[in-house]
Structure formats: structure tokens, C-alpha cells
Design a protein around this ligand. Structure first.
Ligand SMILES: Nc1ncnc2c1ncn2[C@@H]1O[C@H](COP(=O)(O)OP(=O)(O)OP(=O)(O)O)[C@@H](O)[C@H]1O
Length: 256
């Protein structure tokens, strides 16, 4: 299944936030979106997820969803959004409970995603007992459990320290290698985008428009073996973003 955005424009009142965004996320593709603060990245994700209706333009899905998909789209948030009174297993189960699938299948799906995210031995733990990285793995397990066509990931690693971020990036790549998922992945962090993205969409400052789309054809699992090439891509992205980021920063401090 392919997610297609056609000429999305969005304004809040008379403030334009997004201009003419046309983009697609193909099956098994991770598309990272980077851009300066306030350029409309989260707004774009909310529009894709149907939480906001764009002022104009369309979000389309083309083709069949993956087999056994229970939800075409699912979110992974920066703050994990786990229910504190539910165990790890209970948090994953939650998203399956609304679907009319038998107990046995629920059990099998939960066991499978907990194993894939290396959480099996923490199934009975509560979120308060887990580190930030582990909590985010639970949120990723929960998202994967519905076998979505596209995961909508809004800065999923930005609340974590850099070592935990590195570990989770490795985990995400391992998960993708096992079962190829599609994702629209918002981040401020260019190293993250270069590690995880098949394509990287660079947005201008607000009103956000697409400045460039950079494709990286080095396979995800092989990127650590190409430090010079990936560093060069990251530098190129930063060169594109630097002036926009500086201008956005000044704009935000003018408001304050
Ligand atoms: N519900 C809303 N009502 C009015 N303005 C909004 C609303 N949501 C976001 N905005 C404004 O729209 C602009 C884009 O916000 P958005 O959160 O999408 O940007 P972003 O690129 O995700 O920012 P950041 O990188 O800082 O998270 C900002 O100026 C923000 O203040």
C-alpha cells in the first residue's frame, strides 16, 4: 500500500503552515521528514493520520493494506503514551481489544511483537518500572501489533539520551529487516534521518514546503559500514537546513 499526499496546504486562521506538500510513502519505505522548528512537521503527521483536515489537498491510500493489517495507520509518539496502570503486555493488548479477533490470535500477535521487540521477559512489568528506551520499545511493539500500512512516528527518539537512541535505531533497523514496515518519521536529528531514512524530505521554515528530497540507496543494515558517505549526506542536509533553521530560530525568539 502506498500513502500519497497531494498538494497539501494548511493554515491555522490566517497563518499558513504548510504549502503544496506532495509526497508518497511506498510499501516498506521509511521516509524521514526534517525541517526547522515550527515548519509544520507534526501538523503534517496529524493531517496524514486524519487528526486534522488540511485546508486543501488530499491524503490518499493506494493499493491493498498488508495482510492481517488491523489499522492502516498508527502513531508512535515522543512521550510513549503508555497507560501506567497496564503492564507491558496489557498496553500492547489494548490496541487489539477493539478488533473482533479471537483470544488465540490476540495472544499470538502479542507474543510475536514482544519477542520481536525483545520485551518478552518484561511482559508483566509496568511502565514505571521501565527506562525511557524500554517504554518506547513498548510503544513500537504496540504500533507493530496492528500490522499498519504506515507507522506515523513523531520524534520517537527525541526524549531519549544519545546511547539509548543509538540502541533503538539498531532495534528499529532489525525490526524493519525482519518484517518490512513503512513509516513517515519526523525528526530534528539529521543523524537519525540518515541512519533510518530511505528518503529524507527536507522542509523549509514555516510555511513549510518541500525544499528537497534526498534518497539514500545504501541498505539500512549496511550504513554503519559507510561512515564517510553517510557523514557527507548529513553535511549536505545541514547545509540545506542551516539558514532556514537560523531564520526560524530568530522568528521564534522575536515572538517570545
Ligand atoms: N492547533 C494549532 N492551532 C494554531 N496553531 C498551531 C496549532 N498547531 C500548531 N500550530 C502552529 O503551527 C506551526 C507548525 O507547528 P508544528 O508543531 O506542526 O511544527 P513542527 O515543525 O512540528 O515544530 P517542532 O519541530 O518545533 O516540533 C507552529 O507555528 C505552531 O505554533
Amino acid at each position: 500500500m502506498e500513502l500519497i499526499l497531494e498538494k497539501i496546504n494548511h493554515s491555522y486562521g490566517d497563518m499558513p503552515v504548510l504549502t503544496d506538500i506532495s509526497l508518497s510513502v511506498g510499501s516498506g519505505e521509511i521516509v524521514c521528514v526534517v525541517g526547522p522548528s515550527g515548519c509544520g512537521k507534526s501538523t503534517l503527521l496529524r493531517i496524514i493520520g486524519g487528526l486534522e483536515r488540511p485546508t486543501s489537498g488530499e491524503v490518499l491510500m493506494s493499493g491493498e493494506p498488508p495482510a492481517d493489517s488491523l489499522n492502516p495507520l498508527t502513531y508512535v509518539f515522543q512521550d510513549f503514551a503508555l497507560l501506567p496502570w497496564r503492564t507491558v503486555e496489557g498496553n500492547v493488548r489494548l490496541v487489539l481489544e477493539d478488533h473482533r479477533i479471537g483470544r488465540e490470535r490476540v495472544g499470538a500477535v502479542v507474543d510475536d511483537v514482544l519477542a520481536r521487540t525483545k520485551l518478552t521477559e518484561f511482559a508483566a512489568a509496568y511502565p514505571r518500572q521501565l527506562s525511557g528506551g524500554m517504554k518506547q520499545r513498548v510503544a513500537i511493539a504496540r504500533a507493530l501489533s496492528v500490522n499498519p500500512a504506515v507507522m506515523l512516528m513523531d520524534e520517537p527518539l527525541s526524549a531519549l539520551d544519545s546511547q539509548t537512541r543509538d540502541l533503538l535505531m539498531d532495534d528499529l533497523i532489525e525490526l524493519w529487516t525482519q518484517v518490512r514496515f513503512s513509516a513517515c518519521y519526523i525528526t530534528h536529528n539529521l543523524a537519525e534521518a540518515v541512519r533510518l531514512g530511505h528518503r529524507i524530505v527536507v522542509m523549509s521554515r514555516r510555511p513549510g514546503r518541500i525544499r528537497d528530497i534526498v534518497e539514500i540507496d545504501i541498505p539500512l543494515s549496511e550504513r554503519p559500514g559507510f561512515p564517510t558517505e553517510t557523514a557527507a549526506i548529513q553535511r549536505r542536509l545541514w547545509e540545506m537546513m542551516r539558514d532556514e533553521a537560523r531564520a526560524a530560530d530568530r522568528e521564534l525568539s522575536d515572538v517570545a
